[in-house]
Design a protein around this ligand. Structure first.
Ligand SMILES: C[S@@+](CC[C@H](N)C(=O)[O-])C[C@H]1O[C@@H](n2cnc3c(N)ncnc32)[C@H](O)[C@@H]1O
Length: 363
């Protein structure tokens, strides 16, 4: 897979069934009112709001260092930085660098061989003038939080894990245990490429320990259809993770995804996801780096399309119609306290990107 043919989350329309007021779109012009599964949701999802793209040439260095890469490549590169720099907030993903080296040999060579290039890239990404303060820590904290969700679920006896929009997630290879079955759902191109890559890199010795790769475009098929014909067992308690996807879905598709997850979740199941502050999308409040991020992802054809609240009540209201109860709700500040305790909060230069929030639900 090359950076240009890689999967774009903006294509994820997904199994939309009902409109939930708690999820709101970026603007009324983008509103996706009916949004049944399929073409309409997909079409709505791929439309990049003009305002998001405008001014893209002003992105300067940030644009330069991430240009031509889909966001799942960006996530992968960001995930390696604090680790390779030996910073205390680094995540535990020891496989991310190997994936990066295979997928992006040129960029990896520069990072590995040009003295100071990792630190320079980090400074560029996080520069308050043109970058996103806390962008790298965000990926570290988020990675650690989702890792914790998997570890805790397995410790509590859950033996089935569905990773929606897996991208270059490595949890199946790092955190798996005998008897636990992982499913990695992604677009066909991304899924096939990932399977080939992890087989080539021999991430697991025993092929029977590989996850089930579910190649599905969720803008065309529901998650239930995607998982049909796989060993997925809806009668078993399941952990579902949705990392880095929901804000790329139109409003109805985001609600539809929650409905689909709930429909597949046996009692005792858990759903973990991150989401975008609706205040940031609406231009309310102070979110350093938000405009730059919004334009950067829109330039990649992956615009931000929906947000929530971001209050605890708004998340609970988004979950309730689907029979899901709020298990955990974290603001960016909460996340710093939990996952980056050596950092201290600053409104001007947040230690973690301040427009992403995190929530978990119980079925
Ligand atoms: C921003 S990436 C996040 C990847 C990974 N979860 C992470 O945090 O590194 C979003 C992922 O969603 C996948 N995706 C986008 N549209 C999709 C669709 N219609 N169906 C299934 N997966 C999709 C992309 O291929 C990509 O891997």
């Amino acid at each position: 897979m090359t950076s240009t043919d890689a999967a774009h989350p903006s294509n994820a329309g997904a199994a939309a069934v009902a409109e939930t007021p708690a999820f709101t779109t970026a603007s009324s012009a983008e509103r996706d009112t009916a949004a049944p599964a399929g073409a309409k949701a997909a079409a709505a999802a791929t439309a990049v709001p003009a305002a998001d793209k405008a001014g893209s040439s002003k992105l300067g260095l940030l644009y330069m260092v991430t240009r031509g890469q889909p966001t799942n490549y960006d996530m992968l590169v960001f995930r390696t930085l604090n680790r390779e720099l030996g910073r205390p907030n680094a995540n535990a993903d020891n496989l991310a660098s190997r994936l990066r080296d295979e997928l992006m040999p040129g960029r990896s060579w520069v990072l590995k061989h040009l003295p100071g290039s990792r630190a320079q890239l980090r400074r560029t990404l996080e520069n308050p003038l043109w970058g996103v303060p806390g962008a790298v820590n965000f990926i570290d904290a988020r990675t650690k939080w989702f890792d914790g969700a998997v570890t805790e679920a397995l410790a509590d006896g859950i033996q089935q894990v569905v990773i929606v929009a897996a991208g270059y997630d490595t949890r199946a290879y790092r955190l798996g245990a005998p008897g636990v079955r992982f499913f990695e759902v992604d677009l066909p191109s991304a899924s096939h490429a990932k399977k080939a890559l992890v087989e080539k890199l021999k991430f697991v010795e025993d092929p029977s320990r590989l996850p089930t790769f579910v190649a599905a475009d969720l803008s065309r098929v529901s998650l239930a259809e995607a998982l049909a014909g796989t060993p997925f067992d809806p009668s078993q308690r399941t952990l579902f993770t949705v990392e880095g996807l929901i804000y790329y879905l139109p409003q109805a598709a985001a609600a539809g995804l929650l409905a689909a997850l709930s429909g597949l979740a046996a009692p005792g199941s858990r759903v973990y996801f991150d989401f975008m502050s609706q205040d940031a999308l609406d231009g309310r409040g102070n979110f350093p780096g938000f405009k730059v991020t919004r334009k950067s992802v829109a330039n990649k054809g992956e615009p931000f399309l929906s947000g929530i609240g971001p209050s605890r009540e708004a998340v609970a209201a988004a979950l309730a119609p689907h029979g899901l109860g709020l298990r955990e709700f974290l603001t960016p500040k909460d996340m710093v306290g939990l996952m980056l305790p050596h950092e201290s909060w600053s409104d001007r230069k947040p230690p973690i990107a301040s427009f992403y929030y995190y929530a978990a639900a119980d079925k």
